[in-house]
Every structure is written in C-alpha cells, then in structure tokens.
Design a protein. Structure first.
Length: 447
C-alpha cells in the first residue's frame, strides 16, 4: 500500500498494482484508444491534497500514484500519461466513489467511468483504483446487484457461479455445440476460498496444473458474463472463447495476497476481453474502439431524445445533447452504418434478392449495349473489304482486338517491319474506309 509522510513530500508507493505489464488494457473502451497528452509539470503542493479525515483513513491509498516518482520534481504525480491533467478533480472523484461505495457496499464499472476524468482512464490507474477499492471493502461490479440487507451489513452479491445461475440459458436459442460445452463445464466442481488460495500459490510458483485447474473452475463465470453480450454481432461460442482468454489473463495476474476473491478480480478481465473483441470483430468493416464508444453514446442520446420529443431527433438536436458539432454527428452516423449483403432475401416469399433491385451504374444501358453491338458488326463488315494485313494493323492500332491501342513500334515488332511501314499501311487502310460507299454506313452512329 502507498503512504504519505507529509503534505510537501512526494507520495511514494511501496508496491505496484498487479497489472503493470506492457499490454495491459483499460476496461473502458474509449480509453483504450485515446492518446493522453502531456503538458506542464504538476506541483504536489498545488494539488490541495489535504490530510484524510478521521472517517477516511485509507483514502490516500486509493489516490496515491502507481509509478515510483523520480527525484525530478517535474514528474507528474500519476506518471507521464497524466501530466497536466486535473489531479484535484481525480482526488475529488475518488473520494466521492469511496463514500458511495461504503454506503452501498459496491460501485459499478459504469460509476467509475462516469466519475473519472478521461485523462485518468488508463490501464494502470484504473487497475490500481479497482484493487484498492476492493481492499477497502468496496466491491467493483459489472452491474448493480440486489439491494443491501441492513441486517447483514453487506451487499447480497454472489461471488461464484453455480449451475442454477446459468439456468436462464435454457431460454436462449443455443446450438448443440453450446449445450455440449455447458454440460461439460457443469461437471467441474466449484472452488472454496482455500482452494483458490492454494491454486493461486501454485500459479505463482509456475505450476501449470494449478493454472489449468483455476481456469477450468471459473469457466461458468465466463458464460454468465458472456450471455449479457448476445446479439451484439458475435456468436455465443465466440463470446465465450474471448471471455476465456480474459479469464486466462486474470489467472496469470491474480494476486492472492490482496485478500479479495478471484471471481471479483476476473470479472474485469473477462468483461474487458469480450467488449474489446466485439469492437474488433463484430462488424464486417472494423471500427476503432474509441469510435465504437462514441457510436454507442450517440445511440443512447438519440433514444433519450426520442422518448422526450416523441419523434426522431435531428442531427442538430443530437449534437446539442452530445455537445459536439452537427457535422460531427453526421460523420458518426455515416460510420455507424453497417453493410448489407446484396443477396439479402426480399419479399414475403423471399424469392428475390436485394441486388436485383439495385442499378449498376458501371454497366451500359440496354440501348447502349445494343447500339454498341450493331456498331461492331458494321465495323467488321467494313474491315472485310481490306487486306488481311491492313485489317490486322487497324485492329491493333485502335484496340479493336483486345481493347488496348498498340503503338506503331509494337505493331511493327509483331509484323517484323519498321514503324514507318506500319504508319503507311494504316494510312492506306483509313483512306479506303473513308470512301463514301463505306463511310455512309457509320453516319448514323456519329449523330
């Protein structure tokens, strides 16, 4: 845990967050793609960091920085990624989160995303915040659970997933492979807290069998989270697979010394893996993660305006609700469009396809195609009056043979003569075609 010696001394961490390895990603989709800008130095004395009140003895542990500060006072108190950010706002928001969490017994990921300044939505800072909140007795949940029982003094939140918890999957249109998978993982016994600690110690020592056992025992947790994302463009099995990858990552990063349950910690990694996969794979044309979050925000604002106005909102009304320019709203709406297959069935009997009703502007119209065919027949008839060499030279020079007009030199190499000789043959052939007895056949096509 981190501690402070005085208001003017640097805040020094004693240990780092369990997630400090390169490649760790934030659970917030927008933060995973935003670039955090660096500006002027932050003075610790100007942060208005007051000593925590008596009823908040652990608040400093939550707001302390992650990285070991250097001796240079120009280093930002939360690392290079947050230089120039509003650190006092970060402290105030963490204090509010702690108060709210102690009252309810938990906070949700959405609560954290709404309250935290964007400059502090980085993987290391968020993970440090999650870990410390849980150590202070504040659970970080995927969504609000049941109400708090005053007599119990804690939230009635399940920390394990049993077979009954997945009972509502029976109502979903599941394929046979999914049902087979659910039956298989349902045979794996759940772990007690002591079992989790024992396996976590094995993982820490490099025991592969312990790692496999901890992963397999929590596969049902992945299913319970993945089912919430059905209908977002990915198959249920794919959602489970992506969640399993997040579970493996959680097993590798889990620190049992913190004292919290593994399922609470793994939920964040599973959710992050699934949401990232949906952003990357759900669409035929991939959209960056931060743009997916912007599109989701636009959809939420649009729905709110529809309920309030009783009609579809205009781009200007949506722009006012999102506090962005209207042309930006139109750009987001264009990006949000999803491609539709030309083979999409149309009609009640679905005997037609969408492509049958769309005009291909690159193809000539039937009238143009017919006129082109008649012109070609007339040209062939006129060329029949020429010698074989003259006819072949004109076909090559004007691209009548392969659509490519050849140069005099190219034609000369084919016939084994000079380019000047080819020019003479071409001129003689054109004089023959200009004779009124032949040229009158093409006058109708030139009008």
């Amino acid at each position: 845990m981190k501690k402070t010696k005085s208001k003017k001394e640097e805040i020094m961490p004693e240990e780092t967050s369990p997630i400090t390895e390169d490649g760790a990603e934030s659970m917030n989709d927008e933060a995973m793609a935003d670039d955090i800008s660096s500006v002027d130095d932050v003075d610790i004395d100007q942060l208005s960091l007051e000593e925590p009140p008596v009823d908040e003895p652990d608040l400093i542990d939550v707001i302390a920085p992650i990285d070991e500060p250097e001796e240079d006072s120009s280093v930002s108190p939360l690392g290079d990624d947050t230089e120039g950010a509003d650190y006092s706002a970060y402290i105030d928001n963490v204090r509010d989160l702690l108060h709210e969490g102690r009252e309810k017994g938990f906070v949700t990921y959405e609560d954290i995303e709404k309250r935290m300044p964007k400059d502090f939505l980085t993987a290391d800072i968020l993970d440090n915040l999650y870990m410390n909140l849980m150590e202070l007795g504040v659970d970080v949940l995927d969504e609000p659970k049941t109400k708090v029982d005053p007599s119990e003094g804690e939230a009635l939140v399940p920390t394990t997933v049993n077979n009954e918890d997945m009972g509502d999957l029976e109502d979903l249109p599941l394929s046979d492979p999914v049902r087979m998978y659910l039956r298989e993982i349902g045979k794996i016994p759940l772990l007690t807290s002591e079992d989790e600690v024992m396996l976590a110690k094995g993982v820490e020592s490099g025991d592969v069998a312990s790692k496999d056992a901890l992963v397999e025992a929590n596969l049902r947790l992945v299913v319970s989270i993945a089912k919430k994302y059905i209908g977002r463009g990915m198959l249920f099995l794919d959602l489970i697979q992506e969640g399993n990858l997040g579970l493996i990552r959680a097993v590798e990063k889990f620190d049992y010394h913190k004292g919290y349950k593994f399922s609470t910690y793994a939920t964040w990694w599973i959710r992050q893996a699934i949401t990232r996969a949906i952003a990357d794979q759900a669409r035929t044309i991939r959209i960056p993660v931060h743009m997916v979050e912007t599109i989701n925000k636009l959809i939420r604002v649009s729905r709110q305006l529809v309920q309030r106005l009783g009609r579809e909102p205009t781009a200007e009304e949506i722009a006012a609700g999102m506090e962005i320019p209207s042309d930006r709203v139109e750009e987001i709406q264009r990006i949000a469009q999803e491609p539709v297959s030309l083979e999409t069935p149309i009609g009640e009997e679905e005997d037609s396809q969408l492509g049958d009703f769309l005009e291909d502007k690159d193809l000539p119209s039937p009238e143009e195609a017919a006129a082109s065919q008649i012109l070609r027949e007339q040209l062939d008839e006129m060329l029949d009056d020429l010698t074989d060499r003259e006819r072949e030279v004109l076909r090559l020079r004007f691209g009548l043979e392969d659509g490519h007009a050849h140069t005099l030199e190219e034609v000369g190499r084919r016939f084994g003569v000079t380019r000047e000789r080819i020019r003479q043959i071409e001129a003689k052939a054109l004089r023959k075609l200009r004779h009124p007895s032949r040229s009158k056949k093409l006058k109708d096509f030139l009008e």
